[in-house]
Design a protein around this ligand. Structure first.
Ligand SMILES: Nc1ncnc2c1ncn2[C@@H]1O[C@H](COP(=O)(O)OP(=O)(O)OP(=O)(O)O)[C@@H](O)[C@H]1O
Length: 244
């Protein structure tokens, strides 16, 4: 008898998905799978189609051909249901400035139909790495890294199978970036599927299991980081046009 473990289930599945904006096809027949417990980085330069891909996954744009499913749900058909399976971390986290970190989370959880007790919110903020003395402070004076921790705490509480990250480390200092990478590891360990879109090849190579290169809306290569990826060679290959 073999003791091979079954492959983790695919949470995000894109099958030859093309996505248009107006009369232009921006994403061309994109196929990729992100499994539970996997971090996939989609790398591309300005205008490569990363945000358009995210908009398709979240059901704000429908593929003109091909399909997208999130944990079995088609966001083009059931966008609300699909979004309940997704935690989205935008590049700049928008919070209610006059509310505290805890109040922001309570508010967003209420919108999602949940009322976690105060202690649970505090525990999530703690896990996300926000100092305890900041939990009840208004977020107006929070740094970008602190705001991101609030958004991560929210993602931890929502326990969605899929986490989408848009340029998660841009504008973070090295310490905040390292904290963030450690948190991602933790979330991966809990079996979340994580898709991040980024310009940052080095950052992606630091935390992703696989990196896909998006060039003018086409996925031109996927590398597996565990295979001992030659980051400098990739940088030379893609650096000028998209990994800068
Ligand atoms: N709302 C829109 N209407 C029409 N075209 C758009 C719209 N948003 C983006 N585009 C076009 O789609 C193409 C891909 O843009 P997209 O924002 O998906 O790329 P990106 O990889 O996320 O780029 P960036 O790194 O600059 O955010 C670009 O040519 C852009 O001009």
């Amino acid at each position: 008898m073999t003791s091979a473990r079954p492959a983790p289930p695919s949470i995000l599945s894109m099958a030859s998905a093309s996505i248009d904006r107006g009369d232009r096809t921006i994403v061309h027949a994109l196929s990729l799978e992100v499994a539970a417990g996997e971090i996939f980085a989609l790398l591309g330069g300005n205008g490569a189609g990363k945000s358009t891909t995210l908009a398709g996954i979240m059901g704000f744009l429908s593929p003109s051909s091909g399909t997208i499913t999130i944990d079995g749900i088609n966001p083009a058909v059931e966008p609300e249901k699909a979004r309940r399976k997704i935690a989205y971390l935008p590049e700049n986290v928008a919070l209610y400035e006059h509310l505290s970190a805890v109040e922001n989370i309570a508010y967003f959880m209420a919108l999602a139909g949940a009322e976690p007790p105060r202690e649970e919110i505090g525990a999530a903020l703690q896990e996300a790495g926000l100092a305890t003395d900041a939990h009840d402070r208004r977020v107006a004076a929070f740094s970008k890294g602190m705001r991101q921790k609030v958004a991560i705490a929210l993602a931890l509480l929502r326990e969605t199978p899929l986490l989408l990250l848009d340029e998660p480390t841009s504008g973070l200092d090295p310490r905040a970036t390292a904290d963030f990478t450690a948190l991602l590891e933790q979330m991966r360990g809990k079996g979340r599927a994580i898709l991040m879109v980024t310009h940052d090849l080095l950052g992606a190579a630091d935390c992703a299991d696989r990196i896909g290169f998006l060039d003018a809306g086409r996925l031109v290569e996927i590398v597996t980081v565990a295979d001992g990826v030659d980051v400098m060679a990739l940088h030379r290959r893609y650096g000028e046009s998209q990994a800068a």
